[in-house]
Design a protein around this ligand. Structure first.
Ligand SMILES: [Zn+2]
Length: 138
């Protein structure tokens, strides 16, 4: 490949790879086919288009991502509830439906985000033996 000498010294920060949902091994290939919020969104590539890493490392691998996603969801619900309270929504029975509505919307709004980033968090931080290999190529 002609571009090998150029990509060789390129170091991609973990943070930018995580934010852009890149492959954890090469940090170049996209893990997902589309953007987080879009019509084609949240289809995961089976293999990294750059280094050919198989993202689903074993059968049922992404099952664990559900727990990560659940943790994200709880954190977001708590944050939104506290924010609603600070902005004047008192915690009493009359406001119950407001809270339910707000929390349902929060869950709905964040679900594509949680789906994507729970998998990314799993790949980047919860998979022993899966490390950044900057010089990895096909
Ligand atoms: Zn890759």
């Amino acid at each position: 490949m002609e571009t090998n000498h150029k990509t060789k010294d390129l170091h991609i920060s973990q943070w930018s790879a995580v934010v852009n949902a890149k492959c954890p091994r090469c940090r170049i290939g996209n893990a997902f086919q589309g953007p987080t919020y879009g019509f084609k969104s949240n289809k995961m590539n089976e293999f990294c288009p750059h280094c050919n890493l198989k993202f689903e490392r074993e059968p049922g691998y992404f099952y664990v991502a559900m727990f990560v996603s659940y943790a994200f969801n709880v954190a977001q619900m708590i944050t939104v509830s506290v924010a609603a309270y600070i902005f004047g929504l008192k915690l009493d029975y009359d406001n119950l439906w407001y809270f339910i509505l707000i929390l349902s919307l929060t869950t709905l709004l964040f679900s594509p985000f949680n789906y994507r980033y729970s998998r990314i968090a799993l790949l980047f931080w919860l998979s022993p033996g899966l490390n950044y290999e900057p010089n990895r190529n096909k």
